[in-house]
Design a protein around this ligand. Structure first.
Ligand SMILES: C[S@@+](CC[C@H](N)C(=O)[O-])C[C@H]1O[C@@H](n2cnc3c(N)ncnc32)[C@H](O)[C@@H]1O
Length: 234
């Protein structure tokens, strides 16, 4: 069991491509019906990217179930399917934008982002765990993504070499949003992150406007802890 979630038992994968495609289409319909998925670009990306290709074989059959699944590495998980539109819709992730993801995990969210920003955009993704990093890198390569900037290191420090970013997504829970990430956000840019407040995690959306940073709480969430310099877990 991961904290707060019950992981289904590992098993031999049995589903074929057709079955996965049907489940993917059903999932997108359900996410639209429940109001998570509202934009055409994110919908198209979720239909195009085969989530099952980013999941270790013993858990692959559960690809479209609403449960985070374990990945190689210390604490890594692929998040539930609904959490991608939950993060990307309020961010307003769209064509042509420069996007930074902290917490690459399986590479699935990264692939979705690549599809959404398109050829005129940029995707940079950082992972701190070397095993998880290699897993994601191989998944993305096998899925045919060649132009994503993958960085192994502490994402709390951001990646100033390619800043400023229009949008930043942090996929691990932090005590407070790391200051380098706010610095690397462009004027008018948005950042989304799970932030630990009074013992619970809130999904927080920040918008940078001059020296001010507007902040909005979206909902309660449950994510693995950010590691590194700004982490909950050092
Ligand atoms: C919930 S998982 C990410 C899920 C991912 N978005 C996906 O689609 O599979 C969070 C990830 O953040 C990573 N992580 C934790 N602290 C980090 C840090 N300081 N820098 C970069 N990655 C970090 C974890 O190792 C884990 O892989």
């Amino acid at each position: 069991m991961m904290r707060g979630w019950i992981v289904p038992p590992p098993k031999e994968p049995t589903k074929n491509e057709q079955k996965f495609r049907a489940e993917r289409e059903q999932k997108v319909k359900a996410l639209k019906k429940h109001g998570y998925l509202t934009s055409r670009r994110i919908e198209d990306a979720m239909l195009r990217v085969r989530r099952e290709d980013f999941i270790p074989a013993p858990y692959r059959d559960y690809a479209y179930e609403e449960v985070p699944l374990p990945l190689p590495g210390e604490e890594a998980t692929i998040s539930c399917p609904h959490s991608y539109p939950l993060f990307y819709e309020p961010l307003g992730l769209d064509k042509g934008q420069r996007f930074l993801e902290v917490g690459l995990g399986s590479g699935y969210g990264t692939a979705l982002a690549r599809e959404i920003v398109g050829d005129d955009g940029l995707v940079v993704a950082i992972e701190i765990d070397p095993l998880t990093f290699r897993f994601a890198r191989d998944n993305l390569k096998m899925a045919g993504y060649k132009d994503i900037v993958l960085v192994e290191g502490d994402g709390g420090m951001g990646y100033p070499e390619m800043s400023p970013y229009d949008k930043i997504c942090v996929t691990a829970a932090c005590k407070a949003v790391p200051s380098p990430l706010i610095e690397q956000l462009r004027e008018g840019g948005r950042l989304i992150a799970p932030v630990m407040e009074k013992g619970i995690q809130n999904l927080v959306l920040l918008e940078k406007s001059g020296k001010a940073v507007k902040e909005k709480r979206i909902c309660e969430v449950l994510y693995v802890s950010l590691r590194g310099e700004f982490g909950i877990t050092p």
